[in-house]
Design a protein around this ligand. Sequence first.
Ligand code: AMP
Length: 190
Amino acid sequence: MKNIVLFGPPGAGKGTQSAKIIEKYDYLHLSTGDLLRAEREAGTELGLKAKEFMDQGALVPDEVVIGMIANKINANRQVNGIVFDGFPRTVAQAEALDQMLTENGLEIAKMIELEVIEDELVKRLLERGKTSGRADDQNEAVIRNRFKAYENETAPVADYYKAQNKYVALPGMGEIEIIFDYICREIEAC
Ligand code: AMP
């Protein structure tokens, strides 16, 4: 089982590339953003709790997200691999993920970061907001908050995987297919 963390700021293309990876390799896609939005739509207690953070562009508390991911890993031990998209977003989440995987005899094979400049990210998110129905993609102040959360809380997660020699950065701008080819090379090399 090959487990990949797809990393990068909001709008870097993690969702787009995850969809291509799971189609090609038949992996499981675990996006904490998607899972949280599903909880909100279902009107669960967890979803209601997450809403106030998501609408402001802030991170949902670690224990909420970690519990949600633990359930998914436990329910999917027979898959070819997992693409983690939007998780881990804090060092505490990365540590919890390592612990969960180790308990199941598993590990992260690689973290792949998609690098995109901030002006392009804002452009992409506002464009996506026109059709995604996501309130957090439609308001520039919320988008800036999401970048702040990324810079302060999420960016240090790269160092966590660098220390384990599992980190690689790829250009996230340009043709989707070319970026995907780079990603495939990285997945197949580990
Ligand atoms: P995303 O779809 O990945 O852009 O996530 C949308 C929002 O969900 C984020 O702005 C956070 O409020 C929340 N979220 C998603 N994943 C996480 C995570 N791993 N930790 C904390 N909050 C998260």
